[in-house]
Design a protein around this ligand. Sequence first.
Ligand SMILES: [Zn+2]
Length: 337
Amino acid sequence: MIQKFVSLPSLIISTLLFSVFMLPAADLGPQAVPVSEKIYLIDGLGESGNVAFLVAGGGVLVVDSGAGPADGRTIVEKVRSVTDRPIRYLVLTHYHGDHTFGLQSFPPDTVIIAQQNLSKNMQRDDDEIKDLLEKFPGRITALKEKIAKLGKKQKNEKTKEEENLKKLEARYAFYRELQLIRPQITVDRGKMTISLGGETAEIISPGPAHTDDNLLVYFPGQKVVHMGDMLFYRHHPYIDWRAGSDTSNWIAALREVQTWPLEKVIPGHGLLAGKEALAEQVQYLTDLRAAVVSGLKNGQTLEQMKKSLALPAWKDLGFPDMLPYAIEAAYQELNKK
Ligand SMILES: [Zn+2]
């Protein structure tokens, strides 16, 4: 079912996450929850990756933009519920749609910052979306014709197909509205520091990990880091090998972050955590690599590993559907060596 969408990882990931990811506060609607004195996490955005923002003397810096234009509007509203200082910067932790598809809803003078590889990854999504948009009218017409042919005796099937039609039309409207604006400032390997009236944000490009364009945002004055999808807390991680993931460098980067003074760690997905979450992610990736290495030693094919490899220590994590993708990513990386 998922296979036919594999060429569009960020879009599938949004869809998959939508079905399994529920925050406890969802019934209250999204809320800006304080993480530290000057940092807030937006809780309850549903299918989006975690969004956080810093309110400093010089304005606001937001990390990630939600999974669509509606999320982007909600984020701006939630910032406004805390402060009327201007939103100056939007940092995108990486290109996946559940972190970037809300960017068009930010004020037009917001400066967008991303890793240097994000534009090339986003261009690939843009091309796929263009392709998808051309196909929507035909698919909608075909489904309408199918529904029209269904008689009274096929009431259940008709109801099901009418639901599918609604979903298809909603997706068409969603992608038609979408505008993937490119960043104005990019960071390659290394660090960029933004000073914003008494507070600083360190935007760090640790090299390939979850993707080849992931960034970390560290707020030293607040002892808080936003990890983007370099941390899936208590969830199986998605590992995007088509966008140059690297679990070895990922582990090294996590070990480096463990040495920083930190009180709160914001994962890309999962609840707000402490430093222990970083050690868990290191251990998960280490176990995943070990499982794939032993599969290779035993002469298993990728398909056999996807079916049979289990990570017993991590059986209770969320997003269990992600495990075969994680195995595939580790396989692509380790089979080369
Ligand atoms: Zn991601």
